[in-house]
Design a protein around this ligand. Sequence first.
Ligand code: G6P
Length: 369
Amino acid sequence: EAAERGGYEHFMIKEIYEQPKAVRETMTGRLAKDGSGINFDELKWTKEDIGAIKKVAVVACGTAYHAGIVGKYLIENLARVPVEVDVASEFRYRSPLIDDQTLTIVISQSGETLDTLAALKEAKNLGARTLAITNVVGSSIARESDQVIYTWAGPEIAVASTKAYTTQLVVMAMLAIYMGSIKGTLTPAKVGELCQELRDLPNQVHELLEDVEPIKTFAQRYGFNEDVFFIGRSLDYAVALEGSLKLKEISYIHAEAYAAGELKHGTLALIIEGVPVIALATQSDVYEKMLSNIKEVKARDAVVIGIGLKGDKEIEKYVDHTIYIPATNKFLTPILSVIPLQLLAYYAAVTRGCDVDKPRNLAKSVTVE
Ligand code: G6P
């Protein structure tokens, strides 16, 4: 096993460091070399088929579900198609309104999660077109689905998903751009710009992984707190959900993610002196509102770690520590902003002496209901 870990102490940290490669490989062959757009040669649908999609239903569990939430923002904004996202264990039991004009996308790293597989079968029974986004070639979900887009993350061993998530986000972004260019909601110039920004991502992920010392220090300093809150708006909220799950899964710290605007409807009552709050502020359209939320928690003496875009000097004035991510298109920021949160969870778990790769009570692939 040590040999498989390739010199890393845990699979999780190895997989975190594999993300530049995983992100790059997931894009390989799918980004047109001349910058003109996205190719999904594996999709057997015609442009007319894609154009006829009236609704998208995304179904997944755990981290893959969080990738689905990011996907909703991307597809709705870039392709202007309505998207609903369900956890697979709920989907089947709520009489979903699915028909032949619905594209059901199931996301699953392993391709074996039983609830996700059952939801896929249900969507097929209801007449929907189905698309799987999975990391495992020939998995049950890949076989059952009409069409498959593989994430090329390579084997993911650690129970806590990292590179599978970032590559799922890459596929979701490419799919949203692809649908947007077919539907005509994105101009060719905009598509070209987004493709260039996608192309820059692997180096930006690499850059984020070069200096992890500050994150290690925060984790050591706050790793023994019992409660941590993650707040954000818009796409930052979606990433907050994943950051909070990562921390819970492997460090056993109670963590909650809140849409920052919801704080005052309850959670603010829990913000007292010294409570760590991770505040994501990477989305320009809600930036000012996010700063007000940061001020709200600072006024209750929380310890705030801000996640901001490189070059943002404003945020530093209101938080205790800042982690910067490289600037990219706002729709692609989750692929970068999740990295410090993965590292924070990892180092918190290490600090607490937890079994990072095999957390208690959890399995890599859940094949029971
Ligand atoms: C388990 C794993 C998670 C994963 C979830 C969904 O709970 O511990 O890391 O996100 O299953 O797995 P899947 O293979 O369907 O993506």
